[in-house]
Design a binder for this molecule. Structure first.
Ligand SMILES: NC(=O)c1ccc[n+]([C@@H]2O[C@H](COP(=O)([O-])OP(=O)(O)OC[C@H]3O[C@@H](n4cnc5c(N)ncnc54)[C@H](OP(=O)(O)O)[C@@H]3O)[C@@H](O)[C@H]2O)c1
Length: 310
């Protein structure tokens, strides 16, 4: 029975990883800032299989406590906007470095680290540049770490299709930032979880970076058209130039949960698709599921009158 520590286990992707590793009968420690709020994860395993421990990737002593004795450490922690001490630099670079450094010092055999497609040191998006510097810091401290770079991830709790579907419930239009030309390769959340699980058993995955994308590439506009068709709603798709989106985002960034920040506008300028020379999900013997097969199952709740009219 392996011991797995997961940072970020309470997030959207995290809960699927917890479930996948629980099916392997691994003992799982989930490192969360607020264990009580993460109690919903316990039923994903057998009694006593999942424990919730208080930790932050910003606090070295808390990291040491939750990874001591682990066979596999997984760091999923990431943020889309900054708040207080939760800055891109602190979470994506320094937090990632600390987890990797302490894992190496404690002789943890396997470290799996979550990054993102589009990670690029030279990006004008701080999300993307800090994700790249985080990868570098992790590999410097723990050269055999496995890095994952997914495109946008879809699934029942995603913050992408759900967010625009919610917007379509109340707005007569959906914005096409930058004209909606940016390309995405959405991957299903369970396929991402499978990638982590498979890599956790594979010596040959150590020190490698995997780019994770689904079977099809879409422009943002194609995704919005697909979404509207799926939820049976007609809305205007309104092109919003990047400059105007940036201006609007200087205001929306101050919302308690910002719908758009200037950094996200920068991020939207770059395609997030798997590059031709990259190792991919297929190299882990995973054949990603299609958006069309799965998204309607959870987008159903946005269809007028609550059910599909086929
Ligand atoms: N979702 C996507 O489409 C997508 C695409 C590409 C890459 N990614 C990457 O995948 C990872 C997971 O994404 P997600 O969508 O699951 O995000 P999420 O739902 O926002 O989850 C983030 C997790 O990080 C934890 N966290 C935040 N600050 C922390 C801290 N200081 N110490 C410890 N834990 C902390 C959160 O826990 P608490 O707040 O409860 O403490 C939560 O469990 C991120 O690194 C993200 O950049 C996601």
């Amino acid at each position: 029975m392996r011991k797995i520590t997961i940072f970020g286990g309470s997030g959207f992707v995290g809960r699927y990883l917890v479930q996948k590793f629980a099916e392997e009968e691994d003992l799982i420690r989930i490192a969360v800032r607020n264990p009580i709020a993460a109690n919903f994860l316990k039923p994903l395993g057998e009694v006593g299989q999942i424990s919730l421990l208080q930790a932050s990737v910003l606090k070295a002593e808390s990291i040491t406590k939750v990874i001591e004795g682990a066979d596999v450490v997984i760091n999923l922690v990431g943020i889309l906007y900054e708040k207080g001490p939760q800055t891109f630099e602190a979470i994506h670079v320094e937090g990632a470095r600390l987890v990797a450094k302490i894992s190496a010092e404690l002789g943890i055999p396997t470290l799996l680290h979550m990054s993102a497609l589009g990670a690029n040191e030279n990006s004008r998006s701080h999300y993307a540049s800090t994700k790249a510097r985080g990868e570098e810091a992790v590999l410097k401290e723990f050269p055999s770490a496995t890095i994952f770079r997914p495109s946008v991830i879809f699934g029942p709790e995603d913050a992408f299709l759900n967010r625009f579907a919610e917007m379509a419930l109340i707005s007569p239009f959906l914005p096409l930032i930058g004209g909606g030309k940016t390309k995405f390769q959405p991957i299903y959340v369970e396929n991402v979880a499978e990638a982590f699980l498979k890599a956790s058993f594979m010596k040959e995955a150590q020190g490698k970076t995997y780019e994770l994308g689904g079977p099809k590439i879409y422009t943002f506009k194609e995704l919005m058209n697909y979404l509207l068709k799926t939820i049976h709603r007609k809305r205007l798709l309104l092109p919003v130039p990047f400059g105007l989106a940036k201006l609007m985002s200087t205001l929306t960034q101050f919302f308690p949960t910002p719908p758009l920040t200037p950094d996200q506008v920068e991020l939207l300028k770059t395609d997030t698709i798997v590059s031709s020379q990259a190792l991919t999900a297929e190299d882990l013997a995973i054949f990603p599921s299609s958006l069309e097969a799965l998204a309607p199952l959870y987008l159903n709740r946005y269809v007028p009158h609550g059910s599909h009219r086929d």
